[in-house]
Design a protein around this ligand. Structure first.
Ligand code: MTE
Length: 330
């Protein structure tokens, strides 16, 4: 059964996926209880990082970046409207409703922001975000985001290659995986006070996945700084994996020797794997992954499309998994 909604910008998760899928996932959670950024446009990011997120009203989005390196990624894609991408979010630290993060993250402090780097690397410590992200590295990449809940969007991100950043910490030969953690601050993040996920939100990648050129450390979208609800000030974007791997508001990076525990696979290992590569041939135990609703999508005329292997990024990432049987769940 599908639920009617009034307009695309108001769309709820239940608009785009079967209601039982939506309710089941929520139900499940209930019961289980270098360079300083310089002048120019990057200055506005710097300002953002130092003085709060200057997200302009969605109706008058002002670009915050100039001189972003254009890349061929997604040049032929039609991006979702900004309002949809910023009001239909999963950021459970701010609530489980799709519009909750936008409503509840307005006061979220994203500056100053530090990232602790630890584990199997030569350069570890606490770094200011603006010392990690270099203006000259900022690229725009238009990627498809495919949520495990079977909806998807095309989003133009602004960020830097994750691998380029990680290499600067000189991971040792023992660094087989890399672990990421979101801020834990229940005072600011009301969702962390409730039952549901085991906070802080945790994610991980095999080191070669993290080094793949597609992996992005994003600080912006639609040419401007990341809205809080989209994971400000810095998040992962891993377009060949289900969206839950793209962890938001990162405060910790740890290089480790063994596969780290991750939030969703700890909660439900048979439903959310560590790898979580988009795979239309392996259904979620409770719903199909063969198709997806590409947002914006109406109820009467849902925009249903076929899901592609690795979300269509097979050429770029399939070699990472050549030794795996892709008909199995990982
Ligand atoms: N990161 C944190 N810290 N908390 C979350 O709840 N949700 C994930 C991912 N990153 C999540 C998160 C899920 S399920 C998805 S689909 C994407 O963020 C959604 O990103 P978006 O809201 O920018 O579209």
């Amino acid at each position: 059964m599908l639920i009617r909604v009034k307009k695309a910008s108001d769309c709820s998760e239940s608009e785009v996926i079967d209601e039982s899928v939506y309710l089941n996932r929520r139900q499940f959670m209930k019961v289980t209880g270098g360079a300083v950024l310089g002048a120019g446009t990057i200055g506005s990011v710097s300002a953002a990082l130092q003085g709060g997120n200057p997200l302009v009203p969605s109706s008058s989005l002002a670009p915050a970046f100039q001189n972003i390196i254009e890349t061929p990624y997604g040049a032929d894609e039609k991006a979702a409207p900004f309002d949809v991408a910023t009001s239909y979010n999963n950021f459970y630290e701010f609530g489980y409703g799709k519009n909750d993060p936008k409503e509840r993250a307005t006061q979220f402090q994203t500056s100053p922001w530090t990232i602790t780097v630890e584990g199997e690397a030569e350069k570890t410590g606490v770094f200011n975000l603006e010392d990690i992200i270099k203006e000259s590295m900022l690229e725009e990449r238009i990627y498809r985001l495919r949520c495990v809940e079977a909806w998807s969007m095309v989003i133009p991100w602004v960020g830097v290659s994750l691998g380029d950043v990680l290499k600067r910490f000189a991971p040792t030969s023992k660094a087989k995986y890399v672990y990421f953690e979101t801020l834990y601050d229940p005072k600011q993040m009301p969702g962390q006070n409730g039952n549901g996920l085991d906070w802080p939100y945790r994610e991980g990648l095999r080191i070669d996945e993290a080094m793949n050129p597609l992996a992005l450390l994003a600080v912006g979208m639609y040419g401007s700084v990341l809205p809080n609800q989209n994971g400000a000030p810095v998040r992962l974007v891993l377009p060949w994996k289900y969206g839950f791997k793209s962890i938001k508001s990162i405060v910790k990076i740890r290089f480790v020797e063994t596969m780290p525990e991750t939030t969703w696979s700890m909660l439900a290992p048979s439903e959310y794997g560590f790898y979580a590569n988009v795979n239309p041939n392996v259904d979620h135990p409770r719903w199909t992954q063969k198709q997806e609703r590409r947002l914006p999508s109406g109820v009467l005329f849902p925009n249903v499309i076929e899901t592609k292997m690795f979300n269509g990024y097979e050429d770029e990432v399939a070699s990472l998994y050549s030794s795996m049987d892709l008909s199995r769940f990982y």
